[in-house]
Structures are given as C-alpha cells and as structure tokens.
Design a protein. Structure first.
Length: 402
C-alpha cells in the first residue's frame, strides 16, 4: 500500500502525534508499505512532505486565501482573532496539501480534526480516509477561552471549534480514538455515529538512547527521591497545581526533589511561582530534553497533573520504564492507569490530594516497586507496536474494501 500520514500540526515536533507518525511509518515500511508524512513545518510558515523534502510556503498561499475569504464577504470569520487565525491557516493547509499532491495513495490517514476536515475536501473522491483523533480540540479550546484566549466574543470561537470537531469526527470513512472517553464525547456531543468510531490504542517502542551523546547530564541528589514531570509547560498540563502540591509536601517531608522537563508559554510564570512558594532548591526546570530515558531511569515517581488529557506519550514511556505513576483522574488517563494497581489517581486541580498521593509514593518503597512493576508488565502488552500496527492495517483493509 501507498499511505499518507497527515497532520495539521507542525512536524517534526516533540509531541506524541509526531512520535506516533514516525513509529507507525517505520513499522509499515518494514512490512513493505510506502509511507509519506504531510504537515505544517517550522513556525507554521510552510506545508511540507517531510520525507520528500518538498514544501510550499504559506506566504505564497495567503493571497489566494485572502481573495476567496475576504472580510467583506465573510465578516463573521474576522470577528474573533482565534477563529480568523485558524480559518486562514486551515485553508492554507488545504491548498498546500492539494499542491503537494494527494493522488496515488491507497489510503490517507489524518491525525486530527483539522487535517481530516481539510483533506476530505481536496483528496480524490475514490481515496479512502481514516482519521485518528489524538484528543478533543474543542474541549481544550473551551478551557483556553476562559484564560489565554479570553475575549468578549469567545462564544464565537467555542461554536467554531465545536463545528470543527463535529466535521472532523464525521469526515473520514473511519474515525479512530484511543479510549472510550473520547468516543463518548464524539458520540454524545458531536453526533458521530458509533459505527464510524473505532477504539484503538497506540503502539509504541521506547527508542534506544545513546548515553555517550548525553549533554548536560542531571545527577540524582544523594538521599533524595526524584519526582519527574515531563511535558509542555502550558495551562492544560496543570503544573501550577503540582507546584502547590510540592509546597504542601515540603511542610512534612523534604526528602525529595522535583525535575520538570519541558518548555512552554507558562515557564516564566511557573519559575516565579517556584520562588514564591519557597521551592527554589527543590524544583529544577530542565528545559527540553532528548535524554528522557535517563531521567526516567533516575526518577522514583512520575507525575502528570493535567486538567485534560487523552493518551499522553509521557505516561506510556513511564509505564514501559517501570515507574510508579501518579496522574490526575481526567480524560483518558483512568483508562491508562488503574488506581492502586498500575499507579495512583488524584482529582484534577486538587493540590491537596496530589500532595497526599505523592507523599504516599515517596514514603513507601514497596508500593512504588509494586506499582512500577505492574505498570511495566501491563504496558509491554498494551503498547506493543506490532500489535497496534497490525490492527491498523486490518482497519485500512476494511475501509478500502467497503
């Protein structure tokens, strides 16, 4: 088969979608299939076929989009800045995909609602379309409209992104989700038919790490347990609640440090909060790292305090490394972590409960070992890449033969 994996998001990047695309491509090619990767490029300045080194600049497409989507003809698009930005960029993506060419593929597999909506409009009619949705864009935007995207006409953006979620969920011949949490949202809120949805979790392999190439190594302090967070430093990840929980923990236990690996728009704010809470010597911001296996190897506890989450790669990696895991009880996380068996759960946005859970893990060596072993044993079966890709190939065949 000749397969196109496509996303609206910029690739390459450090997120789970890119890792999924790369590992899926590698396994499919090992089985004899041909796979291309399509997406926006760095800083969303061009659309490219990553593995072919072919691209078209967004600036060359903007005049065409502006001529067809003018403020005079479609004033409603320009009433909200977030809607304007997304609408212009998705039309650029649509034109870029058509320019780079969608002919000749046996199947196209998009990775988000925006790509699904765009590709469905410009692909050859006879080419089957599968869409994997790696989260609920509409639900994430609803939270952001109360904070970073807050505006007097935020309701316009809410309705717009709800419509995108509905179109993206219904555009493909088959829509794949990782868990029942997202399946229920698409059915109950966005009218996607149950027969269109397929619950299929990801496959993943921890890539080998060359320790000889390690830069800026981080050493575990003697006599301290290490709590590790890895991910973006953005509001939806709830790192501010983690800092509040750490401040509560420090009142009764100082035998730990917390490493925060990642970067994002909240880093300056979180750095200030660390100092205000008296955690300057207890929390270390590590920035973006390419040595996560080494950090996990040294960590005693992995924590993810997200406000909303689908199926994060960071938890998969922690499970495969046999770590004791504490995550918020939100989104798809309870389907990844069984409370008291493969990890511990705490309510989202609740620093007090998070502190209790982390203290329990820090204080009890036997519990950490038991939870970590159970997480590794479960993860090695559940996240098997070969099994995941074989299921995907079967789905491709089913869609192509409809």
């Amino acid at each position: 088969m000749k397969i196109l994996l496509a996303t609206y998001w910029a690739i390459p990047h450090l997120g789970g979608v890119w890792n999924y695309m790369v590992q899926t491509k590698g396994y499919l090619e090992a089985l004899g299939h041909e796979v291309d990767l399509l997406g926006y490029g760095a800083d969303n300045t061009y659309i490219h076929m990553v593995n072919q080194d072919r691209k078209i600049k967004k600036e060359d497409l903007l005049p065409l989009v502006a001529a067809r989507v003018s403020k005079q003809e479609y004033p409603e698009i320009y009433e909200n800045s977030l809607v304007e930005y997304t609408e212009i960029h998705r039309y650029c993506f649509e034109l870029g995909a058509a320019y780079l060419g969608l002919d000749g593929y046996d199947i196209i597999h998009t990775q988000d609602v925006l790509a699904a909506t765009c590709i469905e409009r410009v692909k050859p009619a006879e080419t089957p379309l599968v869409a994997t949705l790696h989260g609920s864009v509409a639900h994430e935007i609803r939270r952001q409209l109360k904070t970073i995207h807050k505006s007097p006409n935020a309701y316009i953006a809410k309705e717009y992104y709800d419509a995108l979620e509905r179109m993206g969920g219904q555009s493909a011949d088959k829509t794949v989700v990782a868990n029942n949490w997202l399946k229920d949202i698409l059915m109950d809120e966005f009218g996607v038919a149950e027969e269109q949805l397929e619950v299929m979790h990801y496959g993943y392999i921890m890539p080998p790490y060359d320790y000889s190439k390690m830069n800026d190594p981080v050493e575990k302090p003697k006599g301290k347990k290490v709590i590790l967070y890895s991910g973006r430093l953005v509001e939806l990840k709830g790192v501010n609640y983690l800092l509040e929980a750490l401040a509560l923990m420090k009142e009764t236990n100082q035998d730990w440090v917390c490493w925060i690996a990642g970067d994002g728009e909240q880093k300056p704010e979180l750095s200030i909060e660390t100092r205000v809470l008296g955690l300057r010597d207890d929390v270390k911001f590590l920035g973006i790292r390419d040595d996560l296996p080494l950090l996990l190897e040294q960590a005693d506890v992995f924590v993810l305090p997200s406000l909303i989450e689908n199926q994060p790669l960071s938890v998969i990696e922690a499970q495969l490394m046999g770590k004791a895991i504490a995550v918020s009880e939100t989104g798809g996380l309870p389907e990844m972590v069984q409370d008291g068996v493969t990890g511990l759960l705490f309510p989202p946005e609740n620093a007090e409960k998070m502190a209790e859970v982390l203290l329990t893990l820090i204080d009890c060596d036997d519990l950490r070992e038991r939870l970590g072993k159970a997480a590794r044993d479960w993860g090695r079966i559940h996240w098997d890449l070969g099994s995941g890709v074989r299921k995907l190939i079967n789905l491709y065949g089913h869609v192509m033969n409809k």
